[in-house]
Design a protein around this ligand. Structure first.
Ligand SMILES: [Zn+2]
Length: 186
């Protein structure tokens, strides 16, 4: 999996793309949470859960259904009624979906069960430019972790920044074009 930084960057970039002056501030934090939340299944690495089991890593929490459930729960419990709208919901859903997509583009031993419960098949992209980031807590893994972080800057950070800046520029340009023409005086 990418590190938590890689997933967080994707969540924040989507937030930048969606945010406007009406977006509640909590949307940023909760959107980033959605981008990280599917890895709640990480602890199963310490249990004797078969890697193909739907509860194992990259199983149900990484599926499309999991993304919908995460986004819907966060929208329901994380926002006041007047703050809930289609735009915030879409942002939360895309942030949740970004996790599985990035994992599928990451080298690793197991794919993502995108279509669980309709299919238990694990899916992975043919092209996996992102390196699996080892946890840097054990000696000898700090350097590979830093290498993985550099890769994430390249393959997640740069495209995410381009996306966020492009959407903001497009929106500003649209706002500018939408300004009413001012009648000359006199
Ligand atoms: Zn994951």
């Amino acid at each position: 999996m990418p590190s938590i930084f890689g997933h967080a960057v994707a969540g924040i970039a989507l937030g930048v793309a969606f945010a406007d002056e009406k977006t509640p501030r909590r949307a940023w934090a909760l959107g980033t949470f959605c981008a990280l939340a599917p890895d709640v299944d990480w602890f199963t690495a310490f249990l004797k859960v078969h890697p193909g089991n739907f509860l194992a890593h990259r199983g149900i929490t990484h599926s499309l259904l999991g993304a919908v459930l995460i986004a819907a729960s966060v929208l329901l419990f994380g926002f006041k009624r007047e703050q809930r709208n289609l735009k915030v919901g879409t942002y939360l859903l895309l942030a949740s979906l970004s996790h599985g997509l990035l994992d599928a583009c990451t080298s690793g031993r197991i794919g993502v069960a995108f279509f669980y419960p309709f299919s238990s098949s694990r899916w992975a992209c043919d092209w996996q430019p992102i390196q699996d980031a080892p946890l840097p807590f054990w000696s000898g893994l700090q350097l590979p972790f830093l290498g993985a972080l550099l890769g994430e800057m390249l393959w997640i950070g740069i495209p995410a920044s381009i996306l966020a800046i492009s959407v903001q520029l497009f929106r500003r340009n649209s706002d500018w074009q939408a300004l009413p023409e001012v009648e000359p005086e006199g």
